[in-house]
Design a protein. Structure first.
Length: 135
């Protein structure tokens, strides 16, 4: 299941994400993973959560990001929760490409029982229907 945390910069999206990561880490019977663009959450999330940074692998654009995320999920079927911060910094601000990425990822997840949460730095009103479908 894919969920989005949406709002302009400075509206508290990352704080909400950190709270969700902490709650998942405390209650999950599997693995919790958090992906971010650059290292900034190191001291904010529990050490039991696997923290990954896309800047280390030079991930740019939604095609590369799709491969990265599906690779993470394919490499560990015990992942119950996957959190991604700064989505637009990783994939870009093209909302149509974001919508296509989310649709493709949703199909790839299929029937797996994994919660995937993204932060999106934008007003909900400016997002296309393909993205709003995950709000």
């Amino acid at each position: 299941m894919i969920k989005l945390i949406v709002g302009k910069k400075g509206t508290g999206k990352t704080k909400i994400l950190v709270d969700m990561v902490t709650k998942a880490a405390n209650s999950s019977s599997g693995n919790v993973v958090c992906i971010e663009k650059e290292p900034k959450l190191t001291f904010d999330i529990p050490s039991s959560v696997r923290l990954m940074e896309t800047c280390k692998d030079a991930i740019e654009g939604y095609e590369e990001f799709y491969g990265y995320v599906t690779g993470v999920l394919s490499g560990n079927f015990d992942i119950t929760d996957l959190f991604i911060d700064s989505t637009l910094k990783i994939g870009g601000r093209d909302y149509d490409k974001l919508g296509a990425f989310l649709d493709k990822l949703n199909k790839a997840i299929g029937s797996r029982e994994v919660n995937v949460v993204f932060t999106i730095s934008a007003d909900a009103e400016e997002l296309p229907a393909s993205v709003k479908a995950y709000l």
